[in-house]
Design a protein around this ligand. Structure first.
Ligand code: SAH
Length: 300
């Protein structure tokens, strides 16, 4: 695969996966059509399939829309450069535990990797994004670990929670905090609820618990009711992060910290500029080697 390869990954139901047409039949106009592959990552979830389209160059929005339209049940649609995007493939492997500061993210099969002093988070591989294997998740976990050495947070929001991994990390690190975790995708919230159970963290509104909501960006009554936050974490993608910069900034208390990831290195300046307009400045130099930096900002 060349360095320019891109993947479009989406989750869909079995019916859509099985009805996938021959790409040449539906798009005879394409000179270099993507190759499409469907698979069932978890035999215990026979209706949860994953489709991956492989492109030899970055597809435009029209192309993404055409492919997505072939799968009416599509959700979790993710477009990314191949090297960094292969999270669904990774999630089918027996994931190795990963460490970021004191945090250890592991599957049940690797519970023995725990060492004294670890804040261990048990996250099974599945359809939601956030097994700790992706650079963006690791970058956010490292940022939380650094912040824990400087600050105590009591009101925390995790936007785009995926598996709930960052919300769980925050709740375990700041035990007295109220945490609210949201995702645009109801499947993620269902996965997060199961992960809360596995990690013995209660779902709810009290201190030490995590409240779960399905929401796009800040668009939920509970997200505004629980503001202001002293910490917001959002590992989404650059365009939505820019789009929600105003309400997210407004939901931060003065001195509150914002951890952003999901943007590519080439998008960091634009994302930072969007938040600077609303009074947020860098708290530390940009971290994260490679293509997926983590940006930590503070509200003046
Ligand atoms: N927080 C996890 C998951 C990140 S993946 C981690 O760090 O590993 C990004 C998640 O954001 C996905 O679950 C996706 O469904 C969700 N998402 C995408 N756009 C969103 C939006 N506008 N508002 C809320 N969630 C969104």
């Amino acid at each position: 695969m060349s360095a320019d390869c891109w993947t479009l990954t989406l989750a869909c139901n079995r019916a859509d996966a099985e009805a996938m047409p021959e790409i040449g039949d539906v798009f005879p106009d394409l000179a270099d059509p993507p190759s499409l592959n469907v698979e069932e990552p978890d035999p215990d979830q026979p209706d949860a399939w994953v489709m991956t389209a492989y492109f030899n160059e970055k597809p435009d929005a029209g192309m993404v829309a055409r492919i997505t339209a072939l799968f009416p049940s599509a959700h979790h649609v993710v477009l990314a450069p191949l090297a960094d995007a292969d999270w669904t493939t990774m999630s089918q492997r027996n994931l190795e535990p990963v460490r970021a500061g004191r945090f250890l993210v592991h599957t049940a099969a690797h519970a023995r990797a725990r060492r004294p002093g670890d804040i261990a988070l048990a996250i099974e591989a599945g359809l939601a994004f956030g097994t700790g294997q992706h650079a963006t998740t690791l970058g956010c976990l490292s940022a939380l670990d650094r912040l824990a050495k400087m600050r105590r947070f009591t009101h925390i929001a995790d936007l785009g929670t995926g598996t709930g991994v960052l919300a769980l990390a925050a709740a375990r690190r700041w035990k007295e905090a109220r945490v609210i975790a949201s995702d645009i995708d109801p499947v993620s919230i269902a996965v997060t609820r199961a992960n809360l159970r596995d990690n013995k963290v209660a779902a709810g509104r009290a201190a030490g618990q995590i409240e779960l909501v399905v929401a796009a960006g800040m668009e939920h009554r509970r997200l505004s009711q629980c503001a202001p936050y002293d910490l917001i974490v959002a590992n989404i993608l650059a365009p939505p992060l820019v789009a929600i910069s105003r309400p997210v900034s407004a939901a931060l208390a003065p001195g509150g910290v914002l951890v952003l990831a999901g943007l590519l290195r080439s998008q960091a300046t634009r994302v930072r500029a969007a938040y600077r307009k609303h009074g947020l400045v860098p708290l530390e130099p940009q971290r994260g080697k490679g293509e997926w930096p983590c940006v930590v900002l503070v509200r003046k």
